[in-house]
Ligand binder design. Structure first.
Ligand code: ES4
Ligand code: ZN
Length: 370
C-alpha cells in the first residue's frame, strides 16, 4: 500500500489553512455522486496519518495472541483451536460481543501479557498510519477477576512510554469505566488510579449502553474533572440520541464515542455541528454489532455532509474485521468516500485529539496542512 506523502493533489485535498488548529473547518464535505465514486474505487488507497481516538486495548487481542497467552499462563480455553474461536465472532448486538470480549480477557494475567498486547497493537497501528493513539483500558474488567490494578495499568503504560520512539506513535491512556457496573465501583477504581498516580489522561464510559444512561455517572465525571482529567463517553451507539445530550450536559464530556444515532435528532445534529463536538465513529464495528445493516448504509457520508466533526476509528479491531486502515479502505471501496473526505476525517481526528498543540501541528503538517 502506498504511503501518503502529504502532497496535496489537484482538487483532492481541502484548501490548505494556517488557521489555529482548534478552529473549525468550514464547509461540509460533499457526498460524491455515483460517477465520482466509481472513479475513486479504481484509485489506490493512500495511508493517511491519523489519530486513533476510539480504541479498546483489550479489543486488540487477536485470536493467535489469545491462544499464545493461554498457553503461557496455563489457561484452558473453551475452544479447541483458532477456527473454533473465530467461529464465535458472529455478533448479533453489542452484548453478544461484550460476552466474548470479557471472556477472552481471562488470558491477561501478568504485566507482560498486558505489555505484549499493547506492543502488538502499536506495531499494527503504526502500519495503519496511526501517528497518535488515545487508548482505552477497562480496569474494572481486570480487577473484578483478581488481577491487580497495577498489573494492568503498568503493563499497558510501560509500552506506551516508549511508543513514540519505538513506533512513531504518540499515545495517551484513558481509563474507561463499565456502565453496567455501579458508580460506586467506578469511583473506587478512579480513586485508586489517582492515588497510585496512574499515567491516565482521561476517563471514558463503555460497555452495555442501553439501560445505563449517563445520569448514572454524574459524580464520577465530576470527580474526574476536578482531578484535571479529560472526559469522553460512549453514547448513541445502541442508546438513543438523548444519551448523547445527557453525556454532554450531565457529564461534560469533550468527545462522544460513536454518536451515530445523533442522526435521528436534527436539533441535536445542529448543536453538535455548532459546537464542533467530536464523534469518534467506528464503521466496521457498527456493521459487526448490527448498529447498521451494511457498510453501504452507514451514516458516515451523511454525517460528513451535515458538517459533523467525525473521525474514523477501529474500536475493537481484532473482533470487528480491521484496523484503521481497513476501515478507510472499505469506506473508499464500498462507500466511494473521496480523498477530500478522507483527508477531512484524518484532520478531524488530529484536531479532536488531546495531543498538545505542537504534536497536532506536526501531524497536520504531515497531512498537508501548514
Ligand atoms: C465496546 Cl464497541 C463497544 N461498545 C461499548 N463498550 C465497549 N467496550 C469494548 N468495546
Ligand atoms: Zn468503543
Amino acid at each position: 500500500m502506498e504511503t501518503y506523502d502529504g502532497a496535496p493533489e489537484p482538487g483532492g485535498v481541502p484548501a490548505l489553512s494556517d488557521a489555529p488548529i482548534s478552529e473549525a473547518d468550514e464547509a461540509a464535505a460533499p457526498v460524491p455522486d455515483a460517477e465520482e465514486a466509481a472513479v475513486v474505487v479504481e484509485q489506490p488507497v493512500k495511508l493517511l496519518p491519523v489519530a486513533e481516538l476510539h480504541l479498546h486495548i483489550e479489543g486488540t487481542l487477536e485470536p493467535e495472541l489469545i491462544f499464545a497467552l493461554a498457553e503461557r499462563n496455563g489457561i484452558e480455553l473453551p475452544y479447541a483451536d483458532l477456527d473454533e474461536l473465530r467461529a464465535c465472532y458472529e455478533f448479533t448486538d453489542l452484548q453478544s460481543f461484550l460476552d466474548l470480549y470479557y471472556a477472552n480477557m481471562a488470558v491477561l494475567q501478568t504485566e507482560q501479557d498486558f505489555a505484549d498486547m499493547t506492543r502488538a497493537y502499536l506495531e499494527r497501528a503504526a502500519a495503519a498510519g496511526v501517528r497518535h493513539a488515545e487508548i482505552m483500558v477497562d480496569p474494572q474488567a481486570h480487577v473484578s477477576r483478581g488481577v491487580p490494578l497495577e498489573t494492568c495499568v503498568n503493563g499497558v503504560a510501560s509500552v506506551l512510554a516508549n511508543s513514540l520512539a519505538e513506533f512513531g506513535v504518540s499515545t495517551l491512556l484513558i481509563a474507561a469505566f463499565l456502565r453496567d457496573l455501579s458508580e460506586e465501583s467506578a469511583l473506587d477504581v478512579l480513586e485508586q488510579l489517582l492515588a497510585m498516580n496512574a499515567p491516565i489522561a482521561g476517563i471514558g464510559l463503555d460497555s452495555a449502553e442501553v439501560g445505563n444512561p449517563p445520569a448514572k455517572f454524574e459524580r464520577l465525571f465530576a470527580r474526574a474533572k476536578e482531578a484535571g482529567l479529560h472526559r469522553i463517553a460512549h453514547a448513541g451507539e445502541e442508546g438513543p440520541p438523548s444519551y448523547i445530550i445527557d453525556a454532554l450536559e450531565l457529564l461534560d464530556v469533550e468527545r462522544i464515542d460513536h454518536g451515530i444515532r445523533c442522526m435521528e435528532d436534527p436539533e441535536l445534529v445542529e448543536h453538535l455541528v455548532a459546537e464542533r463536538v467530536p464523534l469518534t465513529v467506528c464503521p466496521l464495528s457498527n456493521v459487526r454489532l448490527r448498529a447498521v445493516d451494511t457498510l453501504a448504509e452507514h451514516p458516515l457520508p451523511a454525517m460528513l455532509a451535515a458538517g459533523l466533526n467525525v473521525s474514523v476509528n477501529s474500536d475493537d479491531p481484532a473482533y470487528f474485521g480491521g484496523y484503521v486502515d481497513d476501515n478507510f479502505v472499505q469506506l473508499q471501496t464500498v462507500l466511494g468516500l473521496s480523498e477530500f473526505d478522507r483527508v477531512r476525517l484524518a484532520s478531524n481526528s488530529i484536531r479532536s485529539s488531546f495531543a498538545d498543540d505542537e504534536r497536532k501541528t506536526e501531524l497536520l503538517a504531515e497531512l498537508g496542512y501548514s
